[in-house]
Design a protein around this ligand. Structure first.
Ligand SMILES: [Zn+2]
Length: 511
């Protein structure tokens, strides 16, 4: 009989108590279950606002006036909301994908790509009021209570994961990877946001017809299946005829108001002027993704001539120079990109990776650390893991490699290897397997396998035989993958009622 002797696990029962509370929804007046407090909700929004903006192209920095304008429209609506005391913020993101989103606690963003599609201030008010309701009515918080809102911080980390060769950097720089990763609210939440958003519009003096037109435009665009919309706004806010009809009915119950078309058109005049430059950027990104460096450079020359202030064009230029192997020009272009928009993670990461790859490790790491402080991407995390590894700071290295590994992508496989290397350093014994078996003559044997990729010079086993502990050191080093079976000198065994146990006590790597 062969007895496999199992260790006994103490099972600890962890009881998680949810502090469930019922609260009155400040917008709808309905009683509903809420698992997080308004304070936690605000803290969550504040914590994630900056990395969310970074991961979605960063703030649009070319025109402070446009930011101020959108902020003033947002604040005017927020003051009329059912929760005017939330710490609202309204930011225009440097992102061509038409999208808008709200984090819990009133942290709201609208992409410049959506501003292009709006015609007047009442339509902008419709977008912002809708997002204000998501925050005021705690839609994010109730999503979270239902366990469906993903951890935003983790998602931010996953930006820039796809590739080590720079292709993910094009996506980050061009903001084309900016899919609507934000909380996907339910259909009821969308209808509720439209309904109360129109009320806020009316209270703030806007014509609620703006919301009707907005939905009509979106339905039309969704029928045309414009891909940038499908990956953007429509993914998080599906348009529908039902929503149009609901808005038409709602508008009839509300007073009319202002449109402010001239004011809106004046505010987006520069964006309209820059539209050809941003569409040339799209051409350049397509060329880069096809590894056509020269074509990309030609498109970027054009884009830069149209709008020399746009950092993203310079960063892409750097990627294009890298592709045609002019690394000095690439470095210069990334440096220009940083000088144009020093608060954005992406050009630091691009220059840091370039310098690291060129053997300028310390200078590269300086940039990579700046980028990581702005947005902890999995790419930056990998290089920081390598640095910690070189300094033999294994648990810090493991933290970085785990981030990269969990984000997936090309660097995930390398991170996994690194994590194994760390485990080998910290717990070499965990790579050794040992088990007891009986010979034909019922003598107790121990079979030991080295599952690591290196030779183990010392392997010590701990035996527990019928309550007696003894140690057994293997008489020879154990090569990678090698299995040896040894006698223990115990046996023949007749008493099958006793406990026999073997564990790996220690192992050391052969250096
Ligand atoms: Zn919505």
């Amino acid at each position: 009989m062969q007895r496999l002797l199992q260790p006994v696990y103490a099972i600890s029962l962890i009881v998680v108590l949810f502090m469930a509370g019922c609260a009155v929804n400040p917008v709808t007046g309905k009683n509903e279950l809420s698992l997080i407090s308004p304070k936690q909700e605000i803290a969550l929004g504040e914590k994630n606002y900056e990395p969310s903006r970074q991961s979605q192209g960063g703030d649009y920095y070319l025109e402070a006036e446009l930011q101020a304008y959108v902020r003033s429209v947002g604040n005017r609506l927020a003051a009329q909301s059912d929760r005017p005391d939330l710490p609202y913020e309204f930011i225009v993101l440097n992102n061509s994908v038409p999208n808008a989103w709200a984090l819990p606690g009133g942290k709201i963003a609208i992409n410049r790509g959506l501003l292009d599609y709006l015609d007047d201030e009442s339509q902008l008010a419709a977008v912002l009021a809708h997002e204000i309701v998501h925050a005021a009515a705690r839609h994010g918080a109730s999503q979270m209570s239902r366990g469906t809102l993903a951890n935003i911080g983790m998602l931010a980390v996953a930006v820039g994961t796809q590739s080590h060769d720079g292709s993910q950097l094009y996506a980050a720089a061009s903001q084309l990877g900016a899919a609507a990763w934000m909380a996907k609210y339910g259909r009821d939440d969308e209808l509720e946001s439209d309904y109360y958003g129109m009320e806020y519009m009316a209270r703030a003096g806007y014509d609620p017809q703006g919301a009707v037109e907005l939905q009509r435009t979106f339905v039309k665009l969704s029928e045309g299946r414009k891909t940038d919309f499908i990956s953007g706004l429509f993914a998080s806010h599906p348009p529908s005829v039902r929503r149009v009809e609901a808005n038409v009915a709602r508008a009839k119950t509300l007073p009319g108001g202002q449109r402010y078309r001239a004011r809106y058109q004046a505010a987006i005049a520069q964006l309209k002027k820059d539209a050809p430059a941003y569409s040339t950027q799209t051409t350049a990104v397509a060329a880069l993704n096809k590894k056509q460096g020269k074509e990309a450079l030609a498109a970027l020359d054009k884009a830069v001539a149209l709008q020399p202030g746009e950092s993203a064009f310079w960063e892409l230029r750097g990627q294009a120079w890298k592709l045609v192997d002019n690394l000095a020009n690439a470095d210069r272009a990334f440096t220009t990109a940083i000088s144009k928009n020093p608060g954005y993670f992406s050009p630091y990461l691009a220059r840091g990776v370039l310098r690291h790859e060129r053997g300028q490790t310390d200078r590269g790491l300086t940039d990579i650390k700046r980028s990581y402080a702005l947005l902890p991407t999995s790419t930056a995390s990998y290089y920081l893991g390598e640095e910690a590894m070189a300094k033999e700071q294994y648990s810090l290295a493991a933290k970085y490699f785990k981030q990269t590994y969990q984000a997936g992508g090309d660097l995930a496989a390398r991170s996994k290897q690194q994590l194994q290397a760390i485990q080998l350093e910290l717990e070499p014994q965990s790579f050794i397997a040992a088990r007891l078996l009986l010979s034909d003559r019922r003598e107790l044997l121990v079979r030991t396998t080295n599952n690591s990729p290196v030779t183990m010079s010392v392997v010590q086993l701990r035996l527990n035989i019928a309550g007696q502990t003894s140690y057994l050191t293997l008489p020879q080093p154990l090569a990678a993958g090698q299995t040896i079976t040894l006698g223990t000198g115990i046996g023949p065994i007749v008493d099958s009622g006793s406990q026999y146990l073997v564990e790996v006590a220690a192992a050391a790597i052969d250096r």
